[in-house]
Design a protein around this ligand. Sequence first.
Ligand code: NAD
Length: 429
Amino acid sequence: MNILVLGTGYVGTTTALALSEMGWHVTGLDMDSHKVQQLLQGKLHFYEPGLEPLLQKHLQSDNITFTTQADRSIQVSEIIFICVGTPPLPDGSADLHYVKQAARDIGRNMNGYKLIIIKSTVPIGTQEKMTEWVRSAQRQSHPFDIVSNPEFLREGKALSDALHPDRIVIGATNEQAAAAVQNLYLSLKCPVVITTPRNAELIKYAANAFLAMKISFINEMARLCDKVGINIKEVAQGIGLDPRIGNRFLQAGIGYGGSCFPKDVAALLSIAAEHGTELKLLKEVVSINETQHLHLMHSARTRLGNFMGTKIAVLGLAFKPDTDDIRESSAIRIVRALMAEGAQVAVHDPVAKLPPDVNDAAIICSSPSQALENADAVFLCTEWTIYQQLDWVHAKQLMKRTNIFDGRNVLDAKKMAELGYFYQGVGYR
Ligand code: NAD
């Protein structure tokens, strides 16, 4: 049986490879021929640990292939995963035009029963809309089921999350379709939640909103800690040991980013507004997050006087380590804010790159040392291991002024002070 994965971005490529690893024969379909060519050559078009060797292994064993041909690949597949993007529209709502296009492509090319599985993160009611889109595009009537099966993988840990998930959520309108999806994941050992499509759609948004809330909560506490001279790391440890709270997602810093939390919280706010209700807590979560990088900027401004004419090293551009994803990255916000205030910015990241509009204005460095040369201060924006393990004794000799603003609270404040640095984290010094 052939499985088609429609859309080979972060989620689609990971899903396709995880399914191959589980023993299924998979075709990845994307409209971007450049991505498809790269994947066929065994090269990933994004950075994600562990995926490239798996891609090469399954290409060699003929378990996986990639194509741009929608018609043929849809016709030869009974099971189709939809993994296209659902980016935010200017009002925060999810843009469903890729999902609609995918539904119409499937409907038009249907030649028999299809089980369609939506992995993309979509608003409540999308499974019902998709049913209509597929049906209205059909040239001839064929039966199909559409099941919601949201994806919870984390970039940087995508493969491990796909092969060892915490849970699988299946939102289906009938038992047979739910069982068919469950059967695909039979080799994975984890709880399976079988529910309605609408519940499954909201589970995904609610999960991301809750995690975003935890981060904004600890960030707000960190702001208070800075005012009263308390260490947020010790506060987080003290509250996180309560199993009702848990210690994960309690690391204060310059705010969350990435392709999911900001977009999904905005989409959930928009869904609520559409249904005439206001999610006040989540509005505050967003507001705290959007201003969180300014808190560290303020600390730095207080220390340096102002940024005009300074040289600032920014270590880390990705929204988190082990990915090259800079979507909604707080590091990029800091780069822009520093430039706007007249600083010369030297950036380094092991894999991520600056967006084109600020790329030419920055000094792009091939090593952390190069970025630190002659710097008045360093902003540590992504907690890559190489920055945590940097030779900070040597770094001191490179810098003009030894100021560290640690946007991820990963360096040891006491040790940095002993080395002679001025060290300021977020709610931590
Ligand atoms: P992405 O933008 O990286 O990839 C989407 C891919 O779909 C692109 O390669 C695009 O060319 C392709 N595509 C779009 N329309 C197509 C069509 N009609 N036919 C063929 N290909 C088409 O997106 P992503 O980050 O992989 O996210 C996909 C979905 O999964 C989103 O809804 C996202 O919210 C959700 N999600 C993402 C993550 C994550 O960590 N990135 C985690 C969980 C869920």
